[in-house]
Design a binder for this molecule. Structure first.
Ligand code: EPZ
Length: 415
């Protein structure tokens, strides 16, 4: 429940990156050993992954500070029966990790946010190229290989998931794997760094070509996950959303925020980087801008929905082109309930800036749609009630608590 109109002022710290964490946890299973992952976000997707790997025999210990110890020496079979794999997309990283360790894996087909078709054909193409046989029957995907052998794999589309999954799967293959046309997102680099800290030989992460030289075995490691660039971007947008906003967002890697900072500056928002923090100051009504989502370092699709809320208030007309997910405009109908003037035609949304949204009862349809509605609620006149918070809890640690600490009038009524 949000009573809108209060500018955000103060400091807020960003948690560890969700989309890195959900790959690091499965990657930790590569070693028959203990790993410690630090700075993990306290979010639902992490909780679900923990439950899945615990049920498979891994010992998991979590402390209150965001460190997770995973001892996977007791994990002795690669068949995942826990139906919760369907709750998140990233469970597909268990396929790559367990294939690498056991040369075999089976689990239910992964789920995740409903933002369009979410094929995994590039993952499968890569697993096959490494020597795995792939079978999908009755909703269960099974991979099996006598041996995994390094290969040359050219991705048809730039896919974060396929890049990370194939990097993981190739760590212990015989010989070298060359992955081309890969994703360059910060979390790709983060997972590569973790794999290397476990004894893998991965080079080139962050460029278009990644080389993985297979090693015999991997060992445990202690590793700290990078800050979440999408959470940071969400607070940057929220800070800009209400005139008078002045927020210092701490624990960020400025380079990762280049595209969102550039757009906010183009809108007339003040953005100042200082070491590992960024200060965002609202300068009144923002100007309209055009946005096209692209793989990193382009504007991230995961911030498209939150920034749409801000653009509903901008002076002028904005054109938003979603080039990654064809179904990522489901937040638009909810924003319209609040008075927004948005027309969607295929992958393009045209937003006519209006003066003032009005509070309403709305529903989060997916994770970033939820964040978009929270931002809209912060901007709106009167009260906004947002339902289906479980989507938000999948990827934001204590969103309402952090916003309340910045002066927002927001509270969770029901869990
Ligand atoms: C990751 O999804 C993120 N999820 C998404 O974040 C994010 O939106 C997306 O990358 C793009 O940045 C996780 O990291 C868990 P992709 P992923 O493979 O890896 C097509 C969020 O809000 N494609 O990079 O599943 C696909 O249809 C979530 O935090 C294929 O055609 O995305 C899409 O158009 C939502 N075949 C494009 O590639 C494949 O085999 C990019 O997808 C794989 C993907």
């Amino acid at each position: 429940m949000i009573n809108g109109g209060k500018p955000l002022v103060g400091q807020v710290a960003v948690s560890g990156a969700k989309n890195a964490t959900v790959a690091l946890i499965p990657a930790a299973l590569l070693a028959n050993d203990k790993c410690a992952l630090e700075n993990l976000p306290l979010i639902r997707d992490v909780q679900v992954l923990m439950e899945i790997i615990e049920q498979m025999g891994a010992k998991v210990r979590k402390d209150g500070t965001g460190t997770l110890e995973i001892d996977s020496s007791g994990l002795n079979h690669p068949h995942i029966t826990n139906g919760k794999v369907k709750e998140l997309r990233a469970s597909y990283y268990l396929l790559g990790a367990l294939l690498a360790r056991f040369k075999e894996v089976s689990m239910a087909y992964p789920g995740g946010c409903d933002i369009g078709l979410r094929p995994i054909d590039q993952h499968i193409k890569g697993f096959k190229a490494l020597g795995a046989e792939v079978e999908i029957e009755h909703g269960i995907i099974s991979l099996k290989a006598d041996r995994l052998v390094g290969s040359h794999i050219f991705l048809d589309v730039v896919s974060v998931g396929a890049t990370i999954n194939l990097m993981i799967a190739a760590t212990m293959a015989e010989g070298t794997t060359v992955l081309e046309n890969v994703a360059k997102e910060p979390h790709v680099v983060d997972v590569a760094n973790f794999l290397n800290s476990m004894g893998a030989e991965v080079k080139g992460a962050g460029t278009d070509v990644i080389r993985v030289k297979g090693v015999e075995s991997m060992h445990g490691s202690t590793y700290m996950v990078i800050p979440d660039q999408i959470e940071a971007g969400t607070y940057m947008i929220a800070a800009a959303a209400i005139p008078g906003g002045d927020v210092i967002i701490e624990n960020v890697i400025p380079k990762h925020l280049d595209s969102i900072a550039a757009k906010l500056i183009e809108m007339g928002v003040e953005v100042q980087f200082n070491g590992d923090s960024v200060r965002v100051i609202s300068k009144g009504r923002p100007r309209s801008v055009d946005i096209k989502t692209l793989p990193y370092p382009g504007f991230p699709t995961d911030l498209q929905q939150p920034i749409t809320s801000l653009l509903t208030q901008a002076e002028g007309t904005s054109m938003i082109t979603e080039s990654i997910w064809e179904g990522r405009f489901r937040h638009v109908d909810e924003l319209k309930r609040m008075g927004a003037d948005i027309k969607v035609e295929g992958r393009v949304a045209v937003v006519e800036g209006i003066r003032g949204l009005s509070g309403s009862k709305v529903s989060a349809t997916d994770l970033r749609a939820g964040a978009a509605l929270v931002i809209a609620g912060l901007m709106a006149r009167g009260q906004t009630e947002i339902n289906n918070l479980f989507h938000i809890d999948r990827g934001y640690e204590n969103l309402e608590g952090k916003l309340a600490s910045l002066g927002a009038d927001i509270k969770r009524i029901k869990y």
